[in-house]
Design a protein around this ligand. Sequence first.
Ligand code: ADP
Length: 487
Amino acid sequence: MTIKLNDPTLLKTQAFIDGKWVDADSGETFAVTNPATGEHLADVASVGAGETRRAIEAGEQAMADWKALPPKTRCDLLEKWYQLMLDNTEDLATIMTAEQGKTLAESRGEVGYGASFIKWFAEEGKRVYGDIIPSTPDRRGVVIKQPVGVVAAITPWNFPNAMITRKAGPALAVGCAIVLKPAAETPLSALALVELADRAGLPAGLFSVLPSANAAEVGGEMTSNTTVKKVTFTGSTPVGKLLMKQCADTVKRTSMELGGNAPVIVFDDADLDQAVAGALVAKYRNSGQTCICANRLLVQEGIYDAFVEKFAAAVAEFRIGNGFEAATTHGPVITEKAAAEIHAKVQNAVEEGATVIIGGQPGEQGGSFYQPTVLTDVNDQMRVFREEIFGPVAPVFKFSTEQEAVRMANDTEFGLAAYLYTENLGRIWRVSEAIDYGMVGVNETAISSEIIPFGGVKESGQGREGSKYGLDDYLETKYICMGGLNR
Ligand code: ADP
């Protein structure tokens, strides 16, 4: 094993089902590799439909007692899990950088961010209030909120920790059980997380983790099993649509965090330094691999040249490399295939007339590396406008009027995050309300945290994660008619 940890027992390679570490029934495993070095890290159990069914049944059994506990008891346990995550930050970050490639600083940041969802929902889980509805003299309407039931979750590789905790936190806090299939690229982070939940004392069966190289088989069981009442997914729009179709047969509730195509709109009256700094973070964070990453920089003509010059000069300072090395500012992308797909989009733009200001090629290190790239002379017919790039490539589009900027921002099937830079208060309100996005950053791109409702509109998905609204996705509303009160 090549991952060196302070606590080597956090490195798990089996599935965690009903409180036990187990091999796949078939004995099959899949390899996990380091995207920066190609190094083989571990062989992890690859489970199928049978193990998924058992995990769901265990969840249903465990939920019976769990949901009956006082909320405070459940939430105290989540607080312990939160503390264990913080105590083991260094090991969790090491595992993450090894399997995902992001820099150690980014990994440490994600562990704190991921843990914050557990803390938040440990607090918020005590506040699941209902309502009393005034009615005729002999009756009152009572509304209570109850846990939705066994939850199935499928998560991606770009945030191997936080995309799990923002689902597991609210589900467990309100009294649900959860079965999770992490991405095959990053199962080790998920397995370390559930090990810590187990150490915190989470009863067996409430949280099972099902690593698998056969996502369709596990997903098929999750979406067809009648015991599962809710499927929560973060990943690509095509897979999200497929899961929604599969869920239709048993009318399951779904939460979908899907793709994005975020615009950063920079108006002539923006603070240039602030806009450049914000756009850099929004674009290149996690090497461009977040669903709220800036995909299209839309810059007004009066400030365009100055913006491109400053932006490209800052990009020239980036150092791509192994995330474990201190000088590295940006790691690789997740796989060689991903790097090739990013390059295909850049080539499409160049063939259609784009100018490469900086980058534009696979990284000199080869493998999964791609150079931080800035493109100008781009237009709305190019793939870099229409598709999610999911890599360190910034196409900078030019616009002349506010109306045009709004039209360009909305010219996409996606609607997750958008950002705008302007000093004009009227424009801030006009544009924020006119663009079809679930989240809008005004003069700010670091918009996500546990206290805000994260989610999209259009084909970017449905449901919200984090904040007080994040609980609703795991609750059913029940109406009880209290009658006969005149007796
Ligand atoms: P990405 O392109 O970012 O890998 P995906 O949507 O393919 O996005 O993957 C996100 C998650 O969805 C991963 O855990 C992956 O294993 C899972 N997944 C992919 N295809 C399916 C499927 N057919 N059914 C269920 N889960 C799937």
